[in-house]
Design a protein around this ligand. Sequence first.
Ligand SMILES: C[S@@+](CC[C@H](N)C(=O)[O-])C[C@H]1O[C@@H](n2cnc3c(N)ncnc32)[C@H](O)[C@@H]1O
Length: 302
Amino acid sequence: MDRVGHISVLVNEVIEGLCLKAGGVYVDGTVGLGGHAEAVLDRCADIGLLIGFDLDTAALEAARANLSRFGEGVRLVHANFTQIPEILHDMGIDRVDGIVLDLGMSSYQLDKGARGFSFLRDEPLDMRMDVMSAVTAADMVNELPESALASLIRTYGEERWASRIARAISARRKTAPILSSMDLAQIVAKAVPMKYQGRRVHPATKTFQALRISVNRELDNLKDALDMLPSCLKAGGRFCVISFHSLEDRMVKDAFRGDVRLKPVTKKPITPGIDELASNPRARSAKLRVAEKIDTQVLINS
Ligand SMILES: C[S@@+](CC[C@H](N)C(=O)[O-])C[C@H]1O[C@@H](n2cnc3c(N)ncnc32)[C@H](O)[C@@H]1O
């Protein structure tokens, strides 16, 4: 599903994972431009309701246009997916039949967001998915102590050259603040050893990932969602999560295995096949895990 610059990943696998039911209520916690949501609504014509959440108001505006033909069958909400329980409660919805999270950012945000997500563009160093949130990537890069910056880049980027990169950032910002994505990308590229420069993967990839995760509190949000969202599912309801890097996938795997409310449906993560990778190389790191809500009443009575 190609939505003005974003091709949704693992669409058929998500649809299969959700086990769509006529009259069912489904939540897309990361609706983006509406690709997965549209597939859900298209594949099961008599879906009861699809509720889509996103932090990004520009994405929601696009989703609203893309999903307009489904009329009352769709509700879109500008909110963090960690707020799903309280928002469902406010809507008078007790539990839902399925939840999907397609983590990270969309290609639209990367290519057209003009918020400095890409090291290939010269844009303001912002990286907020929700422009109402307080802290930008420029704030972090210019204000965090060097040691905190190194730790952030090491932890969230799994970057072996984190200390060198933080040192270079700290040295450069003494003369002028770092305000653009291109500026930061060049500082990082110069900080890593020569032999790592000019490789297929840009030397700033991991630093940009680390900053984006940190600015948007992505791992904290995921942890909260994995704790809270199973309680929003009906017995037999499905929870599908697509992750894009090992930090996220490990959290999803451990949560699905260790949560007494859930039974993992996928033993190993589902990854894109060669056809999907040929048409969408950005899908290469996607991993889908699916779990099913156990009938907790049975657990209580046993
Ligand atoms: C990979 S895109 C989703 C694409 C979508 N599935 C599609 O097919 O068009 C991820 C989306 O999740 C949003 N997002 C990331 N973290 C979020 C959170 N904690 N709460 C709500 N939305 C979030 C991003 O703004 C982005 O639009």
